[in-house]
Design a binder for this molecule. Sequence first.
Ligand SMILES: Cc1cc2nc3c(=O)[nH]c(=O)nc-3n(C[C@H](O)[C@H](O)[C@H](O)COP(=O)(O)O)c2cc1C
Length: 217
Amino acid sequence: MAAKNVLIVFAHQDPYKSFNGALKDEAVKILQEGGHKVEVSDLYDQKWDPRATKNDFTGSPQNEESFSYVVEQAHAAAQGKLTEDIVSEQEKLKTADLVIFQFPMYWFSVPAILKGWFDKVFAGGVTHAYPANVYENGFMKGKKALLSFTTGGPQSMYTSEALNVYLRARRLSYKLLIQGYVCDRLTSSLRKFYGRYGELVIHYDVPLSRMVDDILS
Ligand SMILES: Cc1cc2nc3c(=O)[nH]c(=O)nc-3n(C[C@H](O)[C@H](O)[C@H](O)COP(=O)(O)O)c2cc1C
């Protein structure tokens, strides 16, 4: 397979000793061994500010009377007036063929710092434009994404039909990698991998390299 660009958006406070850090390191190693180019956005290390505020734009606002983030964001993106921290992430995203989001599950969702990355990086005119350029016609068309997240809850919480129903209800159509399980498109059978605290032994019964090849192909 031709070399691809992979962006790992990493959202954990401890890149060295955490299970998330180990999964990130494993992904970097395997992808680099596969000849792919890997870039990591370590959000805590970058001191990424998740708040969507007026400070995300330079220059004068589009509307002086009242403030709408979505309006100002699209305007600033078109005028080149988004702040450098945001533009830098957008550039990494544009270059990437595959984006891996590596994070611990917080309340069945992503940590706030990652949510703030979505809020600020996915700007109108950059990733999408309403109404014509959304979904399969969005500007990120063709890129692949992998959610790789760990849970505190035990296996039994995530083997149940209840979880599948919950996730389907949220219309997540990504391939999900869950601590203890790899869940392929949510509906197919779950495949195990084993992660153990302490030694941080990670074993994928579907090799990560093959999984990445499958996603990228
Ligand atoms: C604010 C917060 C919310 C959490 N919500 C969940 C949750 O909804 N489900 C779950 O299984 N674990 C939840 N956890 C536990 C984390 O997912 C768990 O500590 C993490 O995946 C462990 O990964 P690490 O060893 O890399 O830190 C939560 C933890 C925190 C701090």
